[in-house]
Design a protein around this ligand. Sequence first.
Ligand SMILES: Nc1ncnc2c1ncn2[C@@H]1O[C@H](COP(=O)(O)OP(=O)(O)OP(=O)(O)O)[C@@H](O)[C@H]1O
Ligand SMILES: [Mg+2]
Length: 200
Amino acid sequence: MKQIAQGAEAKVYENGDVIVKERFVKTYRHSVIDSNLRKSRTKREAKVLDRLKEKGFPVPKTLRVEGKDGILHMEKISGEKLRDVFDVEYSKYASEVGKLVARLHNEGIIHGDLTTSNMMVSEGEVFLIDFGLSFFSDKVEDKAVDLHLLRQAIESKHHTVYETAFAEVLKSYEENCENSKEVLKRFEIVESRGRNKAKY
Ligand SMILES: Nc1ncnc2c1ncn2[C@@H]1O[C@H](COP(=O)(O)OP(=O)(O)OP(=O)(O)O)[C@@H](O)[C@H]1O
Ligand SMILES: [Mg+2]
């Protein structure tokens, strides 16, 4: 098995067509809390992926959850991280990203870590991955915060194309989200909270 990534929480291995995601021990957390947290995030990730797959979303198929702390085996998405192509090819993908986030929110699912590293492109199609921080919610506030995190991620990782690219994401979100008016109104409030904080 070849390790292909190490994030803040997990080591990701590739074994042929299978991806194995193993959350590692955080020694600064109490061991019982740490073990429970790893297990619950892995279970959550599998549950949300299963739900989304059922609905026909472009996400990896879960294969199995193994071990007492939860190691997730899932289908490998062959392709590249959206992060690696977005600067050059954002116009190809921005509206698809907005649409996917809107559809996700329409299903009452909040991703919790929307970044271009948690999206992949495979044969021109955008896939969502990394649902360890996701949760079920229909709250306007939760949807607005999800969009806020995505905006920040695009601003910091793709600053040269940020304004145009995020405007395209938002436009497509607006067209596809069931209660986009409310969410976008709240998004503006969440954004202004951030700006005010920065002043002090
Ligand atoms: N199903 C998959 N197919 C292909 N590559 C994947 C898949 N899952 C993860 N990866 C690769 O591994 C990287 C890290 O995976 P992921 O984002 O799930 O973990 P993480 O960021 O470490 O997790 P966390 O955010 O929970 O700390 C991804 O950015 C992607 O490059
Ligand atoms: Mg990730």
